[in-house]
Write a new protein. Structure first.
Length: 385
């Protein structure tokens, strides 16, 4: 049962309660086709859609699109989405789910794939062999080549499924035992193999792709999903340079900016970047911000550029956490309120969603409602003019 809403004494605009579930994997299975560090639950944007969108067919904008949670949930609920991120991996994760094949269609495509032929040598082979048996790695490269030769929308979804299986801790992944959410360095993986007394074993990739497809596509999509997803816009831009997106087009912004000094998206995704052939120069633009002053300035510029895209009277929802620096807790939601005021955005309210520990947050030593990725503090700002 949901906890009651409590208005915190210091300001009636701050509200504490369970506004959406803290349980895992409660939304559509399409959201869980791929894991991604520091992504929020689909229930978060869904809550704000119900709060601030008056009709179907609205336009939702996420300037820090991540794995595409906001955009996909918007389509599931009958809205259009603008997904922006500076990381080309993020664009692929979202756009590959713009068109979702049914299970039988996907299997027909898999039947066409030849993964046994000798693939070309790759400069990354030596590092990747810390994760994969040589025959598994050969199959991965052949599958990647097939997808690149057949860049249809359905094939892009299969490529996403393969990407989601690249590394993890169960036999369903292509790799020896590893982390599912992040690509650890090859040297660390090699040490882990020795410590655990394991080595990469041969794992045929096509059956694993088929099994993952069956799980992901078991739940039917709403019949109108593709009607709205085909109207999405995908933009790979810095949030400080959003000029390609028209002004006053969005009915709502729901986003979560980079956490302060928390996640290195470039290093954490190096195997995924390899799989997608993303040039290293395209990942250098991803922000890692180490000081509160720098982060606040970055967010001020972000709010200014995002507000241009928002319609007058509409709302921006910015999800942030709290970050511990030494003995101090930095309340990032207060910084967002100040940054918003400096660019003419009115503070409407702040929702602080209470939630219990999850297995993942315990793994990362994240304290409930205290640090970074497990604390949902959503600042709601309004564009009045």
């Amino acid at each position: 049962m949901a906890e009651p809403i409590v208005k915190l004494q210091q300001d009636d605009r701050k509200q504490l309660g369970e506004f959406w579930t803290s349980k895992q994997r409660q939304s559509h299975s399409l959201h869980y086709a791929v894991s991604y560090r520091a992504s929020f639950k689909p229930e978060l944007p869904s809550f704000f859609f119900s709060e601030f969108l008056k009709k179907k067919g609205s336009v939702v904008f996420d300037p820090f699109g991540g794995r595409g949670t906001t955009a996909i949930q918007a389509n599931i609920e009958g809205h259009y989405a603008i997904h922006n991120d500076v990381n080309p991996l993020s664009i692929f994760l979202a756009q590959s789910r713009q068109n979702v094949p049914n299970y039988n269609e996907a299997l027909k495509i898999l039947e066409k794939v030849d993964v046994k032929s000798k693939a070309e040598e790759d400069p990354m082979d030596k590092s990747l062999l810390a994760f994969y048996h040589k025959d598994t790695l050969n199959e991965i490269k052949n599958f990647r080549n097939f997808c690149e030769r057949n860049p249809e929308l359905d094939t892009n979804y299969l490529k996403l499924v393969a990407l989601s299986r690249l590394h993890g801790h169960s036999p369903g992944f292509f790799s020896v035992y590893s982390f599912p959410q992040m690509s650890i360095p090859a040297e660390q993986q090699h040490r882990n193999n020795i410590k655990k007394g394991i080595k990469p074993d041969y794992r045929p990739i096509l059956p694993r792709i088929a099994n993952k497809l069956k799980r992901d596509l078991a739940e039917p999509l709403p019949p109108f999903y593709h009607e709205f997803s085909k109207g999405n816009r995908y933009s790979r831009s810095s949030v400080l340079n959003l000029e390609p997106i028209p002004s006053e087009i969005a009915d709502l912004v729901v986003t979560s900016p980079p956490f302060l000094d928390k996640v290195n998206y470039e290093l954490d995704n190096w195997i995924r970047h390899w799989f997608l052939r993303i040039p290293s120069e395209q990942t250098k633009e991803i922000s890692i911000i180490s000081s509160l002053e720098e982060w606040t300035g970055f967010m001020r510029d972000t709010l200014r550029s995002s507000a241009r895209i928002l319609k007058k009277g509409a709302f921006l929802v910015i999800e942030v956490g709290e970050v511990k620096k030494g003995n101090k807790i930095l309340p990032l939601d207060d910084s967002i309120v100040e940054a918003g005021a400096s660019v003419g955005l009115d503070w409407s309210r702040t929702y602080i969603n209470t939630q219990k520990f999850t297995k993942l947050s315990n793994c990362w030593n994240v304290s409930n409602n205290e640090k970074g990725t497990n604390s949902n503090r959503c600042v709601v700002l309004q564009k009045l003019s």
